[in-house]
Design a protein. Structure first.
Length: 261
């Protein structure tokens, strides 16, 4: 029996999206988390350089990401020893679905003093119950443990989470991949409007990191969403692990009422 995963790798640049990627908006469309993680993973692999790591990722959602075969293409925009910029497209024969740009930054321990990285520890995720969510395939593949708020309750939320399955079959998941698989859910678990009455779809995601989380551990997301009467929204998220700041994320949202049958 094949190992469960969000994707199977077909060759160096092609992947097969599994049903476990399906999100809440349509039965043949992926949740944004797995493809965001996949495009970042492809950039990481193509740009790997000793002593550096991805520190900033911006993703533009051009259209829903379908199931089936997907290709990822990566190219260098600016090479450099201290910083380098890469961009990538993820899509299929019908064109790109995601566009991404990522900065890779050189890390040198001791280059600067540590400032303002402590975050409130909160509760130990091991002592919190798993939310056991099953509303759509993707959400069931993550162990969600809410410290504040709840998936179906409007308002800000603090949730500790870790994926139950790897990003790519046969490959150990990195801390960066795990973070990106989950952070695109921030606008959902900090929803301010009921999901059965409103659509609030991210059109872009920006993630900035000072460090990558440890793989396998719970990652903490502290998120809140703001929505204007014109249907524009923003979700802001502070990301931490074991009481230490990891980074921040921001979604730009398009919000409108759902069409009722």
């Amino acid at each position: 029996m094949d190992e469960a995963a969000f994707f199977k790798q077909l060759d160096g640049r092609s992947f097969l999206a599994e049903p476990s990627t399906v999100g809440p908006w349509a039965p043949d469309a992926q949740h944004g988390g797995p493809p965001c993680a996949l495009i970042a993973s492809a950039i990481e692999e193509a740009s790997a350089a000793p002593g550096t790591e991805l520190s900033n990722l911006s993703v533009e959602f051009l259209k829903p990401v379908p199931l089936g075969k997907l290709d990822v293409d990566v190219r260098a925009v600016r090479s450099g020893y201290k910083v380098a910029l890469y961009e990538a497209e993820l899509g299929n024969e019908d064109g790109p679905c995601l566009l991404a740009r990522a900065w890779r930054t050189r890390r040198e321990e001791g280059r600067a003093p540590e400032v303002s990285l402590a975050e409130p520890m909160g509760r130990d995720p091991a002592g919190l119950p798993s939310a056991d969510l099953y509303q759509f395939p993707y959400i069931a593949q993550v162990d969600w443990r809410f410290e504040e708020g709840a998936f179906a309750d409007p308002g800000p939320a603090v949730v500790h989470a870790r994926p139950r399955i790897p990003l790519v079959q046969g490959r150990a998941m990195t801390g960066l991949e795990a973070l990106l698989v989950m952070v695109d859910s921030a606008n959902g678990f900090s929803q301010e409007l009921p999901m059965d009455r409103y659509i609030y779809v991210p059109v872009s995601l920006l993630v900035s990191l000072v460090a990558h989380p440890d793989p396998g551990g719970f990652i903490t997301f502290d998120s809140h969403t703001r929505i204007s009467s014109s249907g524009m929204g923003i979700t802001e998220t502070t990301i931490s692990q074991a009481g230490k700041f990891v980074g921040s994320a921001m979604h730009t949202l398009y919000v409108e009422p759902r069409k009722q049958p």
